[in-house]
Design a protein around this ligand. Sequence first.
Ligand code: SF4
Length: 164
Amino acid sequence: MLCIPKKNSEDSCKAFTCKRNKLQTKKFAAVPFNKRVVFVPHCMRNIAVCTAVEKNSCYICVECGGCKISEISKLVKELNYQALYVVKGGRAIQHIIKEQATKAIVGIACFFEGAQAFKILEKENVVVQFVALTKDGCVATDTDLIETAKVLKYNTVESVQSAH
Ligand code: SF4
């Protein structure tokens, strides 16, 4: 996974992802929860305690509570999402969405990776909502749980309007 874009590049990726998110939010809200998948970067894991199971290009979180992925995973199950994948790299995403016949995804990533994902997934029939990392890098990254939950819960046009 590519990390830490330069500042000017980060600003343009930020503007790009923000615009793409807004364009796709209502469409995303119309997709049933059970047709949506969440992608979380592996760098969010707390590697000092993580007991996630490595499988192909992903980790399966066992919700040990060692990092925020645990809370995200619980909410994803509560909402009846199709699945959550802790991915080692962006390349796994296209393969998974084809295999799962996914209609919408929530992707947590740095701005650079988010912008790349929007571009790559343009050709796929899938709606995307991006949630930015609040601390990027290649290890011990972080995101805002409130923002993540807000996006995961979008399920009506009203929920989108009240969140903006
Ligand atoms: S919550 Fe999941 S991803 Fe995070 S450290 Fe525990 S097993 Fe690993």
